[in-house]
Design a protein around this ligand. Structure first.
Ligand code: SF4
Length: 422
């Protein structure tokens, strides 16, 4: 019996609009069974695929091959997947079927997230997520058959060595999502309140230090987080009273930005990282933060770093709604911590998600400076950032985790949020 899939208390719509963006931008992993299945489909007799290798293998595994323009070899001239068109959805690799859903095991059920890298998800197009539950349940069962250990996955620690039951992890995530959902408060302030809440709560021992009788759990924990959230709000200063991030912090932030702004695969791959020399030059420019922004992503316009420092102005209402939905979904689905975010504990995951907000706003400033209307600039910035969050292996490296801890320890995260949130 497989784990149930629970819908989340976030109003989110999605339907595939068939844009094939996912078929053009990802290296799709295939298992040995999937490879055998596709090989048995007789594609080598297809005139459109003659003499084309279907798979690429390296030390990390096997992926579907791509054409020189970045599109999957199985993408047809009609912009549709050949495998899907001829044999139905079940004949495709599981990764293609599941996208853009994200399934996160949470004790006795799966939680559903959505990748905003998909244009339809970012635009909130289509039917409510609940309408997709039957197909998502099918994916969950397949994932469970593939990785039976997910059923026994222990709760994500709040911090190293502090573990509370799954239900309490979800209660705390609910408290964070509630602060982020306060639509009448500017989003930059909501994020600074969450960071203050993380600062207060990260020092508390809810697990009773191993003594179950002293543990704060269940309804008491919810009440406690209600009070802590109010305290965090009271202790969050007005944006005007927050100092500008320091020089060193902006340098570290740009190193993180250089990861969030990049695209290394497919049709939107940047031109800056095509050669080793280009990669070095781009890294140097991001370190200096001066001159033209290197084209780490095909969508980045020809603008200078200064464009990323100019205030964006008040967020358009639709952009604020989009970002609110995005962050609530990330938190409620738990995709910001644990195995879906490089194994980071809960509060570190909250901080890493908080850091995406200045990254999104920096990108939105840059896209707007390139001539894009502000709502479109924010939507694209979220898509580009979300493409990397939890997925770009560079973000899981020790030096990126160290950068985040350094910014948190120096109290620079709320400054970056306030500075890029204006
Ligand atoms: S990117 Fe999203 S909308 Fe476009 S084809 Fe893929 S799943 Fe469908």
């Amino acid at each position: 019996m497989s784990l149930p899939v629970r819908s989340l208390p976030v109003a989110q719509n999605w339907d595939c609009r068939g844009c094939a963006s996912c078929c053009r931008n990802y290296a799709i992993p295939v298992s040995a069974d999937e490879q055998k299945r596709i090989e048995a489909q007789g594609w080598d007799a297809d005139p459109g695929l003659k003499d084309t290798p279907f798979f690429l293998a390296d030390g990390r595994g096997t992926t579907l091959n791509h054409r020189p323009d970045g599109a999957c070899v199985f993408l047809g001239d009609d912009n549709r997947c050949r495998i899907h068109a001829r044999f139905g959805p079940a004949a495709k690799p599981l990764a293609c079927r599941v996208y853009p859903f994200l399934l996160v095991p949470a004790g006795d059920h799966w939680r559903v997230g959505l990748r905003y890298a998909c244009p339809s998800a970012a635009a909130n197009d289509g039917r409510p997520l609940d309408a997709h539950l039957p197909e998502v349940r099918e994916y969950a069962a397949l994932l469970e058959a593939d990785q039976p250990a997910v059923k026994d996955r222990p709760p994500t620690p709040l911090r190293d060595g502090t573990v509370v039951p799954w239900d309490d992890v979800l209660r705390i995530a609910g408290a964070v999502a509630k602060v982020l959902g306060a639509a009448d408060v500017p989003l930059e302030r909501r994020w600074r309140t969450v960071l203050k809440l993380a600062e207060i709560a990260d020092g508390l021992k809810f697990d009773g230090g191993g003594n179950a009788k002293k543990a704060v759990t269940g309804g008491r924990l919810s009440e406690m987080f209600h009070v802590l959230s109010e305290t965090a709000d009271e202790e969050t200063p007005a944006a005007a009273a927050v100092p500008r991030p320091g020089r060193a912090a902006r340098l570290v932030f740009r190193q993180v930005l250089a990861v969030y702004a990049r695209k290394d695969h497919g049709a939107e791959k940047g031109t800056a990282q095509r050669s080793p020399l280009g990669r070095v030059a781009a890294a140097v420019r991001f370190a200096r933060g001066a001159g033209r922004v290197p084209k780490l992503h095909a969508q980045l316009p020809e603008v200078s770093f200064q464009a990323g420092e100019e205030p964006f102005g008040p967020l358009p209402q639709e952009s604020s709604a989009l970002l609110t939905r995005y962050y609530r979904l990330k938190v409620q689905s738990l995709q910001f911590c644990g195995p879906t975010n490089f194994g980071v504990p809960f509060w570190e995951g909250v901080r890493s998600l908080a850091l995406t907000f200045p990254a999104v706003m920096w990108l939105a400033r840059v896209f707007a400076a390139g001539g894009m209307p502000k709502p479109a600039a924010v939507e694209l910035a979220v898509r580009v950032t979300d493409d990397n969050f939890g997925f770009n292996r560079l973000l899981g490296l020790g030096r990126q985790k160290f950068a985040l801890r350094l910014l948190a320890a120096r109290e620079e995260l709320p400054r970056l949020v306030a500075w890029y949130g204006q």
